[in-house]
Design a protein around this ligand. Structure first.
Ligand code: DC
Length: 225
């Protein structure tokens, strides 16, 4: 069974996916981490983020691996743990740029499908329900007001010691939203058969309860809690 969780920047997809994966004993596929890895690998190979053929070549040779360690999902590039390195504001910006390139998206399609083909998976991203796994049994489109998302992301970065003002975070988020929504290939949009969940005024527990109810209706069995 595949559960697709799509939605804009900082809507809470990763938090929800982790809790659902734990409660349902599903594995996780964080497709945003794949685009982030492409941005990081390109930077390290001195490939410009706007050079579509070169970035697509990087994407098609990606030696990527995910491992679940100490309760978190780690991403590896050629054996190196790059989980933290791909979460910086700079790489977030790079991921947003490379993910708008059609050849890069095409190069990553098989990889995402291959990673998701085994067993029960929670796959999170922007186009999971529309493009990557259009036959997913459950599709959730998670969203929240931009100000709410910017506040959450600002708080997350502050905790990590990344010094960006709330205003800067909100501006960058609006810019990434616009790029995700307006790109010609696989733009961010809810699949016609997705369930829309606005988390602006919901606690994490409320979002989890709602999603678990939907997963149950779609045929999955909760393991604990
Ligand atoms: O979810 P995230 O912030 O880690 O995603 C990083 C970037 O990758 C983001 O700018 C949108 C893009 N992305 C995408 O275009 N398609 C996906 N399925 C997942 C992420």
């Amino acid at each position: 069974m595949i559960i697709a969780i799509d939605g804009p920047v900082a809507a809470g997809k990763t938090t929800l996916s982790k809790i659902l994966a734990d409660r349902l004993s599903f594995s996780l596929l964080d497709t945003g981490a794949i685009y982030r890895t492409v941005a990081l690998a390109s930077r390290r190979q001195s490939v410009d983020w706007s050079d579509e053929p070169a970035v697509a070549a990087v994407a098609s040779r990606l030696e990527l691996d995910f491992q679940w360690l100490d309760g978190t999902n780690h991403v590896f590039l050629g054996g190196e743990d790059i989980s933290e390195a791909v979460r910086t504001p700079e790489i977030s910006q790079g991921a947003s740029l490379v993910s708008a390139l059609p050849d890069v998206r095409a190069a990553l399609l098989d990889l995402q499908r291959h990673l998701g083909e085994e067993g029960n998976v929670i796959a999170e991203g922007r186009d999971i329900g529309t493009v990557v796994f259009p036959a997913a049994e459950l599709k959730i489109f998670l969203t929240a007001q931009p100000e709410v998302r910017a506040r959450r992301r600002h708080e997350e970065w502050r905790r990590k010691g990344i010094d960006h003002s709330y205003k800067e975070v909100l501006e960058a988020l609006r810019e990434r939203d616009a790029r995700d929504e307006n790109r010609p290939v696989a733009p961010l949009e809810p699949a016609a058969d997705s369930v829309l969940l606005d988390t602006s005024e919901l606690s994490i527990e409320q979002v989890v309860d709602r999603a678990l109810g939907l997963a149950r209706d779609a045929g999955s069995t909760e393991i604990s809690g």
